[in-house]
Design a protein around this ligand. Structure first.
Ligand code: SD4
Length: 333
């Protein structure tokens, strides 16, 4: 494509542009108001990244994108896979309950235009992420909680289900024998799904869904449904999602922080590392006893991930390749 023709096609904003299925970095020169093509990274679109080893979820999302679907449809479809997976004990059906035996879900979603929707403390409905999307698209609100969120889900036609599976009930009963209330994430076994996708147009959306911290206090809400903490997307910069001990993510507004650091020029990897640094470098941080992990992607299609503990990973689907990648970390297993 000739440069003049490219400029004609380009939007005059600070943005990455998809040309065919390849992304070219593009920013506006403040003096001339003309786009500068930096060609920093020619990443192939589409891209899907997610927290933990969730290859079926990333594959599902990637297929949506390959078939011409947008990033928002992709992240919703991907997250639904884990919500329906009864074996995953941190998301949707089969999630571990709070200390009273109630499974309560938190989820949020964000689109390329900066719109967002969220549900907190949702019970008896598996697909919290789809309810969150409906809050975003079909209500004047951003967040619905508890009974109100559940009632809204039934109005939309979602069916009432018992989310406490036999396996999760057994695990809770075993926990009750000692019933030690430790607000520390079970670092060996958690798989909240957070996902960011960039579609063929170069547009970014993200989603995050969880049953939260196992055996939490009734009413406890973590980072996952809080825009800016569990998830943040800025279509001009990139997106980030968090997993791990939500309280620590909320205290540092983690995902927003990562995106803002990318806006200032940090790579996704550097931004994730700095955001984890803000947690572990606090005076008296107990970070050896909890996990927090971030995955991020920027508008140029570069990705990064970082966790406090070794057992954090990112799943990435790009160029037809679906891989689970061990994240860099601070504390060795
Ligand atoms: C929370 N961040 O509720 C969630 C838990 C989590 O994998 O990520 N589990 O704090």
């Amino acid at each position: 494509m000739k440069r003049r023709q490219f400029l004609k096609n380009a939007t005059l904003s600070t943005a990455g542009l998809a040309v065919g299925s390849t992304l070219i970095a593009c920013a506006e020169d403040p003096k001339t108001n003309k786009p500068i093509i930096t060609n920093k990274t020619a990443a192939t679109l589409p891209i899907v990244i997610a927290t933990w080893d969730v290859k079926l979820a990333t594959e599902t999302a990637y297929k949506v994108l390959e078939n011409g679907g947008n990033a928002l449809d992709a992240v919703e479809a991907g997250c639904k896979i884990e919500e329906a997976n009864e074996k995953g004990q941190s998301v949707g059906k089969g999630g571990l309950p709070d200390r009273d035996g109630n499974v309560t879900l938190d989820a949020c979603i964000m689109d390329k235009n900066g719109n967002c929707g969220s549900v907190v403390y949702l019970q008896n409905v598996t697909h919290a992420i789809s309810v969150a999307r409906n809050v975003m698209e079909n209500t004047p609100h951003v967040m619905l909680a508890g009974k109100g969120a559940e009632q809204y889900a039934y109005e939309l036609g979602f069916k009432k289900e018992n989310l406490l599976t036999e396996a999760s009930k057994k695990a809770w009963e075993k926990w009750k024998v000692e019933a030690k209330y430790k607000p520390i994430i079970n670092i060996e076994n958690h798989d909240t799904i957070g996902m960011i996708a960039i579609d063929k147009n170069g547009d970014i959306s993200g989603a995050c869904t969880t049953s939260g911290l196992a055996y939490k206090m009734g009413g406890r809400v973590g980072d996952s449904p809080i825009i800016g903490s569990g998830l943040f997307v800025d279509n001009e910069v990139g997106g980030c999602v968090a997993t791990g001990l939500g309280e620590e993510v909320v205290k540092t507004v983690g995902s927003f922080l990562v995106v803002e650091l990318m806006r200032q020029g940090k790579s996704p990897q550097e931004a994730c590392e700095e955001a984890i640094g803000r947690i572990v470098n606090k005076p008296n941080s107990d970070y050896k006893n909890f996990q927090v992990g971030y995955v991020a992607v920027n508008k140029q299609g570069e990705t990064g991930s970082f966790g406090i503990h070794q057992w954090f990973s990112m799943t990435k689907y790009q160029d037809g390749k679906n891989e689970n990648i061990q994240s860099k970390y601070i504390v060795k297993a």
